[in-house]
Design a protein. Sequence first.
Length: 351
Amino acid sequence: MSDTPAYETEILRTGSELEAVDSIRAVVDMLHRGEVVALPTETVYGLGADAFDAEAVGKIFTTKERPSFDPLIVHVPNKRALHDVAQVPEELERLVARLTETFWPGPLTVLLPKAAALPDVVTAGLPTVGVRMSDHPMFKRVMKHFGGPLAAPSANLFGQLSPTSCAAVESQLSGRIPAILDGGACGRGLESTIVRLHATEPKPTIEILRPGPITAEDLKPHGKVIFAERNEDVEAQSPEAPGMLASHYAPSTPLRLLSSPQDFKPEEGKRYALLSYRGQEKDGYLDLHEWDEISILSPGSGRVAEAGIRLFHVLFQLDQQGFDEIVAEPVPDRSVGKAILEKLRKASFNQ
Ligand code: TXA
Ligand code: MG
């Protein structure tokens, strides 16, 4: 991109308290100057800018090569600040209070009517805004010192994998931004759950637009939980739907998601890596082929929660190794598994 300024991207460390203090001060200065900086959150790294500085927010779109019709999430420093960026309709007040009390700070993004003062560029002209409050200790410190809301989408180039480490951000955005705040590996590893709320009777409806670390089971005590219907035709035209393009989050190595072991028909001479769910023979994939590499999503617990934390990290590592294809086992379609499956489907060329 010719109009992207070339930066010498600084890696700001936070390993010791001394480093953290200096790094956070440097980041906050940059944000006040209208720069765009990569920051760790508990889900994935974000690309942050002052949400009330339309020019700075514009830079997020150019840095990511993100289409201007794709709205950004706004991160608030505390629960009260929700009202600076969004309007809470009276009929949803109780539900919003319950959800923010229960899940904030944390990986839940709530869509609400936007506050008039929030620049339209943030929401890509939509009347609603997605708001969340991150639980990452370094992100919280940046927010506290900055004092206002930050617009921050995932810190990847549009359509590529979301980064869950400083190295993964560097591999995509080095030279495009002044700094990355290195807060280590992201604890949750998957983007936040996005919900839309409806004031229905006898109880409110919580519609999951993007499955993530906060699951349907987690939300159930607070309302009737439904999943937004995906309609690719509508999605292609409508900026109303999040993550709207069918192919998204893709590694550069072609990825194939299998439904069963019989789906795999290897081609002669190709180098295949297996993205295994639990690394167990009884699942039927390990012995299917002489894999060039086997990476296991959940080697410890053999559960979807661990697989979710590791998904983007393992894909990033596999993507560095130049295989002809990454072949992914399916994971169970429940709990965090729903989010993992959605990412794998979007990343795969055969779905
Ligand atoms: O965990 C996360 O949510 C991360 C971290 C950095 O906070 N952020 C993140 O942002 O994933 P982003 O921009 O990569 O994904 C936000 C998704 C996009 O698919 C966007 O289309 C959708 O949310 N979105 C944002 N605002 C929306 C709105 N007002 N209405 C519908 N969809 C919206
Ligand atoms: Mg994203």
